[in-house]
Design a protein around this ligand. Sequence first.
Ligand SMILES: Nc1ncnc2c1ncn2[C@@H]1O[C@H](COP(=O)(O)OP(=O)(O)OP(=O)(O)O)[C@@H](O)[C@H]1O
Length: 279
Amino acid sequence: MAEAYATPISSSTEAARTGQGFGGVQPILSVRHIEKVYGTKDSITHALAGVSFDVVPGEFIGIMGPSGSGKTTLLNCVATIDTVTSGHILIGGRDITNLRSRELARFRRDELGFIFQDSNLLDTLNGFENISIALSIKGIPANQISAKVNAIAETLGVSDVLKKYPYQMSGGQKQRIAAARAMAADPKLVLADEPTGALDSRSATIMLETMEMMNAHLGATIMMVTHDSYAASFAKRILFIKDGTVFNEIRRGDTSRKDFFGRIMEVVTFLGGDAGDAR
Ligand SMILES: Nc1ncnc2c1ncn2[C@@H]1O[C@H](COP(=O)(O)OP(=O)(O)OP(=O)(O)O)[C@@H](O)[C@H]1O
């Protein structure tokens, strides 16, 4: 049994290792042999020890792994919040490991969308303004902003929350406004770090369905870190990280979300992690 889970890895990860691309589709994200070492000689941690994978446009990929396996480090490196020790990360064909800090800030603003565990909405702005600020900062003309915000809010089912301030919203509504904000500027890649970690189970489901909608109807490419197998089952592919390397990869394919959840649980149980909530 153990062998089945310990045997990696399907085509896209293999493609990343060999640099051969994936089925002729240009990846939106290429992670190439990245390593991240923390500490000095006496106390070294190899948080990432040679990770490679590709993500093609329109994918919804989940990153799972036991505590301390390197998930957050990986997400932070892709998010340009942290730097790699070696290796390369290409987003939309651009090597972000070579960018200087000013270019990185612009890159982050223009090409990436973020959803964190805490929605990080601005308290003094209502839902509409929290979304539209992302468009203003990107330089979208003022006369186009209202239509864009309303269209995204409608697709993601948050039109009725636009006039509310964060203190008037539920946790789930805040997260969905944060999701709409992440989508507003049409990013190449949306990065989500435990987006349902602070939500009750009903709100978590609505949020995950919102992310499914972003992926299916708005064409968002999403990379989500989660320890929760239920949350992960909404993704189309899961990469399992262990000890800073890619340990396994599974795809949902044509199976139901419930079946995918079962397969995820099996790998998580094998890895010795927390399987999350079995809804
Ligand atoms: N700033 C840092 N300095 C030293 N070691 C660090 C630092 N950040 C992370 N690490 C170490 O790197 C390893 C990977 O950490 P990381 O936070 O990426 O794991 P994780 O999979 O996200 O864990 P969790 O699920 O518990 O959040 C761990 O051993 C951690 O202790």
